[in-house]
Design a protein around this ligand. Structure first.
Ligand code: ATP
Length: 737
């Protein structure tokens, strides 16, 4: 799923194939944001710039012209080009040094780090405890061999050896569940960080909208119905091959074709001789074409000149570059009046939530002064492009708000377009901040507003980085989406970098922590829900295992003071740790998300494992378990009943099962959650109880575990006592409110 797709020309048609299927001789089409997936020789270059730091360490992009070599592992930062594949796989330059590159990096999540720390401390405490018990036993004159075994068993009881494994399994299962929700996790740590996300910054196009663009309005400067030059210019100034390309351009080319201007014919009549590709920073694109020999609308536009320059892009930008307006088949000087009129047309379309693009042109005689092409243009008109909101977007926004997460929309489009779309999604559009405003703000000013502003417009990728940085400075945990090459720094900086699976560039995906396979905002929200559920489950597991272990330790430590011999045999303790700690605890990892997972505020990323009453819970539940099991054991012991140890052991095991059933939900009681809503857990508990009965009644096992058959009333007693624990834990939820 993480292998990039490559556009190749095969049998005369352009197709997208997996990079794995490239073969020498393929002609690959690359553009800004693509990874180079094989070594090759450039055959065509339109300002093709490649960043080769993976091989050379040099981060400055290098201009590649025809006959230059390009290498696998590098990526295109600007321009467009074609290259013939010369080597693939291990035969590439990168393949040769693969051993140096493919260093295995394991990521340890913050939680895993915290748990490692916890485990080390527990181990130290256990060691100390074991020493004390050992010495106590010596002093009482216990048998050395038994004493040694006991000390070791307590050590085993104290260390939650399953913890790291279960945490990793929970994270990995979570990543798998997310994949079903169209979210590909690239870094395991993202699963858990997701649970703490407090702000989601999202692009508009494609994430909140469908990226299914259609030209809805054609707007000639004079309001008339003459669009020939504009449409033909737009078709020429687009990189659409068949149905492959940028949706904005596909829409414009389709509109042109509907009016009879076929792109293929135009391209043939007026071959492209130079170009400056689209970038989110400039928000426009320019191509230069040779003048046609036959008559056509564009002959008039080019006038007497040799070449025709076509520019399309954001209206505000193009207005500033235009000195004339194309009306009634000729150029009129751009007066202040025209300027106002065009700006109003732009605003009117943008206010309807449309993306507005203008087309402008000029004739030039030589290709020398390329830098000056985008000046002195003639404004040909504009189009309003509609892009429907995704059906699930508004619902996902509501979910976000309910979950205490602030959604923020960041778009390259016009502020009015942004405001219109934002309002439809229920975002606060009272203040829309533009990239230009953002640039003028000081860091402090920016930090002052990021807490409330929900819509940013006319933003360039570098502004995204500023926004993330400011949000993080205010303590937010930020998820940020991106698709372009230049979004990579912001994606890296964000706590969760989110790349688009369909429209995203390889570079953005590489920088991201997760990839949205369906590009949808709703999937981010779903992933946050999963992340929260996983963190909850890990906490439940810790809650269960630490309470259980502390109960066992207390029993071992207190019993000698009551004048009792070893209350639990080493084998019995090992049994509890392997069977009762193992399977049921693993099954907690698949506990379904609680109903209110997305109705509460995100957890603080810095909070301790023991936060929110977990530490207290572990202590009192451990003590209650001790009181119940040691209590009943002591009572039978005092009465001289030889079954005292079996009863103590069985009560302990049952109490642990009662505990795990009670902590399935942190807030609701078991029968609200549904007894059967986690069948693996129910199965594990049933199996454990069954095995415990086998230990108590099967003669062979009785011999190994030194147990005696319990009477009906005694089993009832063990069950009853564990129910006491069950209801006590349930009552704790009510008391906590
Ligand atoms: P969003 O954040 O909503 O996903 P974006 O930041 O990706 O949007 P861009 O694609 O950078 O937005 O577009 C910004 C502006 O650039 C648009 O409003 C439009 O005016 C202009 N534009 C977009 N695509 C093209 C294109 N192919 N050619 C020329 N100009 C374009």
């Amino acid at each position: 799923l993480a292998v990039p797709l490559v556009r190749v020309r095969r049998a005369g048609a352009v197709r997208e194939i997996s990079a794995l299927l490239l073969v020498p001789g393929d002609v690959a089409l690359v553009e800004a944001g693509n990874f180079i997936s094989a070594d090759g020789r450039v055959v065509e270059s339109a300002g093709l710039q490649v960043q080769e730091s993976a091989l050379t360490g040099e981060s400055e992009p290098i201009l590649k012209v025809a006959e230059d070599e390009v290498f696998r592992g590098t990526f295109v930062t600007a321009g467009r080009g074609e290259a013939v594949v010369t080597a693939t796989g291990m035969r590439t330059e990168l393949g040769r040094i693969a051993t140096m590159i493919q260093k295995v990096k394991t990521t340890v999540t913050p939680l895993q780090k915290r748990l490692d720390h916890l485990a080390r401390r527990l181990a130290a405490a256990a060691l100390a405890l074991v020493g004390v018990i050992f010495l106590l036993g010596l002093w009482r004159g216990d048998e050395l061999r038994l004493l040694f075994l006991t000390a070791v068993s307590i050590g085993v009881a104290a260390v939650p050896e399953g913890l790291p494994a279960v945490v990793t399994i929970a994270l990995a299962l979570g990543a798998q569940r997310m994949l079903r929700r169209k979210v590909l996790i690239r870094k395991l740590s993202a699963v858990e960080t997701l649970g703490s996300v407090s702000v989601i910054c999202t692009d508009k196009t494609g994430t909140l909208t469908e990226n299914r663009m259609t030209v809805e309005v054609l707007q000639a400067p004079d309001g008339g119905a003459e669009f020939g030059v504009m449409l033909a210019g737009a078709a020429l100034c687009s990189d659409v091959a068949g149905a492959v390309g940028d949706p904005t351009e596909i829409a414009m080319v389709a509109a042109a074709e509907k009016a009879g201007f076929l792109k293929a014919e135009l391209d043939r009549a007026m071959p492209r001789v130079a170009e400056v590709g689209f970038s989110s920073e400039r928000k426009r694109m320019t191509t230069v074409h040779r003048k046609p020999v036959e008559a056509g609308v564009l002959i008039a536009a080019a006038g007497g000149a040799e070449y025709l320059v076509c520019t399309k892009g954001a209206v505000d930008g193009l207005l500033g570059l235009s000195v004339a307006v194309w009306v009634g088949g000729k150029a009129e000087p751009m007066s202040g009046e025209w300027r106002d009129r065009l700006a109003k047309q732009n605003a009117a379309l943008a206010a309807r939530g449309m993306r507005v693009l203008a087309v402008a042109f000029r004739g030039v005689d030589s290709l020398e002064a390329m830098d000056e092409f985008e000046q002195g243009l003639t404004f040909a008109g504009m189009v309003g492009i509609a892009d429907p909101l995704r059906a699930e977007a508004a619902g996902a926004m509501d979910k976000c708000r309910a979950a205490g997460i602030r959604p923020v929309m960041i778009t390259g489009d016009h502020p009015l377009t942004a405001a219109s779309i934002g309002a439809q999604l229920g975002l606060d559009t009272r203040r829309v901040v533009t990239g230009a405003e953002l640039e003028k703000m000081s860091v402090a000013e920016l930090e002052g507003i990021v807490g409330t502003v929900q819509v940013y417009a006319r933003v360039s990728p570098e502004h995204k980085l500023k926004i993330v940085t400011a949000l993080q400075a205010r303590g937010a945990v930020v998820a940020m989406t991106g698709d372009g090459v230049n979004d990579a720094p912001a994606l890296r900086k964000a706590d969760i970098g989110v790349a688009m699976g369909k429209s995203g560039t390889d570079v953005a995906k590489e920088a991201a922590d997760m990839v949205l396979l369906d590009d949808s905002f709703a999937s981010i929200v779903a992933a946050v829900g999963e992340g929260r559920a996983i963190y909850d489950n890990i906490r439940k597991f810790i809650r269960y295992i630490l309470a259980t272990n502390s109960g066992e330790i207390w029993v071992m430590v207190i019993a000698p003071f009551l004048g009792m011999p070893l209350p639990l045999l080493p084998l019995q303790i090992l049994w509890m740790n392997l069977v009762t700690d193992g399977l049921p605890a693993l099954a907690l990892g698949v506990e379904p998300a609680e109903a209110d997972t997305m109705q509460r505020a995100p957890v603080d990323a810095a909070e301790s494992v023991f936060a929110r009453g977990l530490g207290r819970h572990v202590i009192w539940v451990g003590l209650l378990m001790t009181l119940l099991s040691l209590g009943v054991g002591y009572w039978y012991f005092r009465a001289g009943d030889p079954k005292w140890q079996t009863l103590l052991f069985t009560t302990m095991t049952f109490a642990q099962m009662a505990h795990i059933m009670a902590i399935r939900s942190e807030r609701r009681w078991l029968f609200e959650v549904g007894l059967f809503s986690n069948l693996p857990l129910l199965g594990a508990v049933a199996l454990t109880v069954g095995l415990q009965f086998a230990l108590v009644y099967v003669p062979f096992l009785q011999g190994i575990f030194k147990t005696r058959a319990l009477g009906f009333g005694e089993v009832g007693l063990a069950v009853g006592l564990s129910l006491v624990l069950f209801f006590a834990v349930e009552a704790e939820k009510k008391l906590r409110g």
